[in-house]
Design a protein around this ligand. Structure first.
Ligand code: ZN
Length: 252
């Protein structure tokens, strides 16, 4: 029986019984895990706020190694991201980040970059108003950390380097298609060289400085579309929170 101590973000919390909850965490040290929180639904339980999705916690849990379900022992709130909860358009984006991590990361996957990406992105989102950029940035970086980095430098068919002008993009092949190959192979859409260079920037940009980078008007939609269709090709379905982000963008 092991005891585990780590920081973690709550991804999801569902009611398991009259008194218990099942909580999915993205932990800093042990990847994505699930814990049963006994008595978490009792009215007198003060840890209620600690089990809200998007909360950053110090977490102690226990269980056998390699098992799929652990028992929550103790949790303290480190950061509740209250500013995100007070702003609906930011909240939907943050919920989408959590949903996407839950959908793409297998349990106990030890890639630490994903935890850091999630925490850094929630902090940047809290301070930022360039939400579009952060959305595409998060999608591309998560693909990269999960082992699905898109090929933006070479044609996915013949490996020739991308030239200027337009290039084709094939989402199932996860990368760009050069001009000669685009006459023989199927591709989904054409993107401008400008969009391509912003996509590359998003893969390497320090998230803390993301507020300083602005997409030129007109490219925003194309960049968003490419990153999101890459996600759809990988996840295979639209996540619940995504339409709300788009709806909020239209209202704002
Ligand atoms: Zn080619």
């Amino acid at each position: 029986m092991g005891l585990y101590n780590t920081q973690a973000i709550v991804l999801r919390s569902i009611n398991l019984s009259e008194t218990d909850k099942l909580i999915t965490f993205m932990t800093q040290r042990y990847g994505k895990i699930k814990c049963v929180a006994k008595g978490a639904r009792k009215i007198k339980n003060r840890s209620h706020a600690a089990h809200l999705p998007l909360t950053l916690l110090n977490l102690i849990y226990f269980g056998k190694e390699q098992q799929t379900l652990y028992r929550l022992n103790h949790s303290d709130i480190v950061e509740s991201f209250q500013d995100l909860r007070d702003d609906f358009s930011k909240l939907y984006t943050a919920v989408y980040f959590a949903e996407l991590v839950d959908a793409m990361v297998p349990e106990a996957d030890q890639e630490v970059g994903i935890y850091d990406l999630l925490v850094d992105s929630l902090r940047a989102l809290q301070q930022d108003n360039g939400r579009h950029l952060l959305l595409a940035l998060f999608e591309l970086r998560l693909l990269d950390h999960a082992g699905y980095r898109p090929e933006l430098n070479q044609c996915v068919y013949c490996r020739s380097l991308a030239g200027g002008g337009w290039v084709g993009f094939a989402f199932r092949r996860r990368g760009i298609v050069c001009d000669p190959c685009s006459r023989q192979h199927a591709f989904d859409l054409r993107v401008t060289a400008g969009t391509l260079s912003y996509l590359k920037k998003l893969l390497t940009l320090d998230i803390r400085w993301s507020a300083r980078l602005k997409f030129p008007k007109g490219l925003e939609e194309e960049i968003d579309r490419v990153s999101h269709r890459l996600i759809l090709a990988q996840v295979g379905r639209e996540l619940k929170s995504y339409p709300f982000i788009k709806a909020m963008a239209n209202v704002g």
